[in-house]
Write a protein that binds this ligand. Structure first.
Ligand SMILES: *Cc1c(COP(=O)(O)O)cnc(C)c1O
Length: 503
């Protein structure tokens, strides 16, 4: 089998794509990257007229190069046929002079669905390809969005169970209800008495507990992760960049070969990195516009070439971007350094010990060629939501507003007139309170009443999945201390699926 992937930190740690999907992370803590990324290109001229699924097949077969074509087709079909509320999967709409690609029509109304709907199928396919037998148990600690998207993605997928830990009192009311009402016989949800870091550390400890893993393996149970460092989450996101471009050609907004910009609300750097992959695979991208909120580590990094996480973490109205260590940046460093594993390892060691590293001048220059960094704070994000709604009748969520405004600033700053696409990462109703406040001022009404009110006032429909949770039965009541998390996983692993049904 072609071992096209290697650890960012050591080129000797090789893996086939399917192995990388199963492992999630390399043994030395590095991330899996394809050394020859870009050698094989996506034929751009063949894209217009193709459906989302057809485009995803083309892109995935290049990046997951040991998967048989039939397998890829099957995974794509299972992921995107029924779970998205529109057959386009990620519709592209015109807003003012820009375009917006809506990534939020999946089962949890956030862009993470695009990857988490297909990851379970890529995992089970990888499992078969590597002739493994048994059950995969997905462990996830979540600060809100990932947990629900993972639960929905893995729900009732044969041969898998999914266990999600969230910090009690640390997620929004809507997010908690989304998780505790989760259906599916193979889903397990537990509130942890602690904050997100405690839950995350608890999960990491379970992954690295050798005796626990051995004991599980003895019963043919294997732990895996649905975290965004898994290539199975990154790779599917590349497809919507190509899809957006195909739509722009179909609408005659650009001609074949013309360049476009993409503006991306960024946290862990997974979404925008997929854009860089698309560029390497031949998509004519001019600039990738990296938009941050008050937690603007990446803005500083792109400007100065210094990554410094030694600062306070702010809680903002775009919580899914509240992050100080953007894990997927490690993959970009690998490519920017010309596949220099030792250099990446050195930077990551520095990040671990001092929380800071500085890249070479030539890397910093290359970074600026491909990326533009901006940051937008609360007041400007709110103003943008209000103005875009008033001018164009289009409702942005709090994350997308950050990217929209950053794009406007970029255009002012550079006078660049290249056609631009904003990636929209969440339904405005997922953050109804903040969106409502931006439009009509503060209120104390409860989230669900607010959703209704917002919908009536703006005439934008509430996604069914969000509307439904109010009336759904709570199915998950468990809570535990951090040191009881392992026990919870053990118990979940022991449950026979048909027993869970009558639980
Ligand atoms: C996760 C998330 C982001 C950030 O995406 P990254 O890939 O982590 O950069 C932005 N917006 C929303 C709504 C998200 O859920």
């Amino acid at each position: 089998m072609a071992q096209s992937y290697e650890s960012t930190r050591n080129f000797q740690l090789k893996a086939a794509a399917s192995e990388a999907v199963l492992k999630g992370i390399a043994d030395d803590g590095g991330l899996f990257v394809m050394r020859d990324l870009g050698k094989k290109k996506v034929p751009i001229m063949s894209l217009p007229g193709k459906s989302y699924m057809e485009i995803a097949e083309v892109v995935l077969s290049i990046l997951l190069d040991d998967f048989p074509e039939e397998k890829i087709k099957e995974c794509v079909r299972k992921a995107y046929t029924e779970k998205f509320s529109t057959p386009e999967v990620t519709p592209v709409v015109k807003v003012g002079e820009n375009y917006v690609t809506e990534l939020f029509h999946g089962p949890t109304s956030a862009f993470k669905d695009v990857a988490l709907c297909i990851l379970p199928h890529l995992m089970t396919a990888s499992y078969e390809m590597n002739k493994m037998a048994g059950e995969i148990i997905i462990l996830t600690a979540t600060s809100g969005d990932t947990g629900k998207a993972a639960l929905e993605g893995f729900k009732d997928v044969k041969g898998t169970k999914v266990v999600v830990f969230y910090p009690l009192g640390g997620v929004s009311k809507v997010q908690e209800l989304q998780m505790v009402t989760q259906e599916g016989e193979n889903t397990f949800v537990c509130g942890v008495k602690g904050n997100f870091d405690d839950a995350q550390t608890g999960v990491k400890n379970i992954f690295t507990n050798k005796s626990f893993n051995r004991e599980m393996a003895g019963r043919n149970k294997f732990l895996s992760s649905a975290n965004s460092i898994n290539i199975g989450r990154l790779v599917p996101q590349t497809a919507y960049y190509f899809y957006s471009y195909a739509k722009l050609i179909e609408e005659e907004a650009v001609k074949l070969g013309d360049k476009v910009n993409f503006a991306v609300p960024t946290g862990n750097f997974g979404n925008i990195l997929a854009g860089y992959y698309a560029k390497m695979l031949g998509l004519p991208i001019n600039k990738l516009i990296c938009a941050s909120n008050e937690n603007n580590v990446l803005y500083d990094f792109i400007k100065r070439g210094v990554y410094d996480k030694n600062r306070e973490l702010y809680r903002t109205i775009s919580p899914s971007m509240d992050i100080l260590v953007s894990s997927n940046l490690e993959r970009l460093l690998y490519y920017m350094s010309g596949n220099d594993n030792e250099r990446v390892k050195d930077y990551m060691d520095r990040l671990n010990t001092s929380g800071r590293y500085e890249i070479l001048d030539q890397m910093a220059e290359k970074l600026k060629e491909d990326f533009y960094g901006g940051c937008v704070f609360k007041e400007d994000a709110q103003k943008t939501i209000k103005r875009v709604y008033e001018e164009y009748g289009y409702l942005l969520d709090t994350h997308t507003a950050v990217a929209y405004k950053t794009l406007e600033e970029y255009k002012m700053d550079t006078k660049d007139e290249t056609v631009s696409v904003v990636l929209s990462t969440a339904s405005p109703f997922k953050f109804a309170g903040s969106v409502y406040e931006a439009l009509y001022g503060k209120t104390n009404v409860d989230e669900f009443a607010l959703m209704e009110d917002l919908s009536q006032k703006t005439r934008v429909k509430i996604p069914e999945n969000l509307k439904e949770i109010k009336n759904k039965k709570i199915r998950h009541f468990e809570a535990c201390e951090v040191n009881e998390m392992e026990g919870f996983v053990a118990k979940a692993s022991n449950k026979r699926i048909n027993e869970v049904k009558n639980d």
